[in-house]
Design a protein around this ligand. Structure first.
Ligand SMILES: [Zn+2]
Length: 321
């Protein structure tokens, strides 16, 4: 019998023991923050802080091929300039170095992902795949599981996870019932990539479990992947957090601001105008914030924490600016 230990502490199973809201903002250091990421950071911050919760910043640098030198520092500096204060997560504090500035960093946690990977392997949920990109593309979008019974070596191949019991829908706290796109929820997706890196899906779920995140508040562009992530919680035998998706900020219809399309970085030297604009788009009655011209960003955020009402958040999946 396999001696692979169960990689989680059942007692820490959240939603049962964590009564305090625990949220996070998890930027990837692939470039400086832009207005869309500021909006998402504010959404998760106000969601947690307005409920007296904890809010963590996690650096999602698992895809090292996209990491830009300096981006991590720029992101943390920008958050500070805009008045954010993040908490230290006591559950993962022992993994932090002083230079981490209380931010859990994925590339420091490769051994942890390996443990969880080995658990999935021991559950016979993983298999190696030898298909080329070209072959997969020819399958027409989603992978058909053709390597499932080939017993390929997991050390030397990209590794996929079997979708034995996929979830097809879930209830989003903002957008309501969501049907998962069929191909996405049933596809045996890559858990370890061709280049040997663990997938974002594995890292983000393990991180959210280890940090006891109760509410994932993030942009709706990631919403289609939620069912997949929920299935992974099930495969780990863990209760998932609640998901609250925010509209994404777009320059034109269907084109969200992103680092990939070189959205302008937020202005750290003059943060107030963009902060005010983002709060307005979140539905905050900004004209009711007294003496706003004299207030620091931190003071404006204090006001926003007391004032925010998520029922005023726009219901569309996209906000055009
Ligand atoms: Zn294959």
């Amino acid at each position: 019998m396999s001696a692979t230990p169960y990689p989680f502490t059942k007692q820490k199973k959240f939603n049962t023991t964590n009564t305090q809201v625990r949220g996070r903002f998890a930027p990837s250091p692939s470039g400086p923050l832009h207005f869309g990421s500021l909006f998402a950071a504010l959404g998760s911050y106000l969601h947690a802080k307005s409920q007296n919760g904890l809010w963590f910043v996690r650096i999602e640098d698992i895809d090292t091929t996209r990491v830009q030198k300096q981006a991590r520092e720029q992101i943390l500096e920008a958050l500070t300039a805009f008045g954010f204060v993040w908490d230290c997560d006591k559950q993962t504090e022992s993994q932090l170095r002083i230079s981490d500035q209380n931010c859990l960093t994925q590339t420091q946690r490769i051994n942890r992902y390996q443990e969880c990977f080995e658990y999935l392997e021991a559950q016979h949920l993983l298999y190696g795949c030898e298909c080329t990109r070209k072959e997969i593309k020819a399958l027409g979008g989603s992978y058909n599981g053709q390597c499932k019974n080939k017993q390929l070596d997991l050390q030397t191949h990209p590794v996929r996870i079997k979708q034995v019991n996929p979830l097809h829908s879930y209830t989003d706290l903002h957008f309501g019932l969501q049907e998962a796109p069929e191909g996405l929820s049933t596809e045996d997706y890559l858990i370890k990539r061709r280049d040997g890196l663990f997938s974002y899906q594995l890292a983000v779920v393990v991180d959210d479990i280890d940090q006891g995140i109760t509410h994932v508040v993030r942009g709706s562009d990631i919403m289609p992947l939620t069912a997949r992530q929920l299935t992974l919680y099930q495969q780990f035998g863990m209760t998932p957090p609640e998901f609250f998706h925010l509209p994404v900020i777009s320059g034109q219809v269907g084109h969200k601001l992103s680092k990939q399309n070189h959205a302008t970085p937020i202005d750290m030297k003059n943060p107030k105008p963009e902060l005010v604009k983002a709060l307005e788009l979140l539905g905050l009655p900004i004209t009711e914030c007294s003496e706003i011209e004299r207030k620091s960003c931190a003071k404006i955020l204090d006001w926003a924490i007391k004032t925010v009402d998520f029922s005023r958040l726009p219901k569309g999946q996209e906000i055009l600016i």
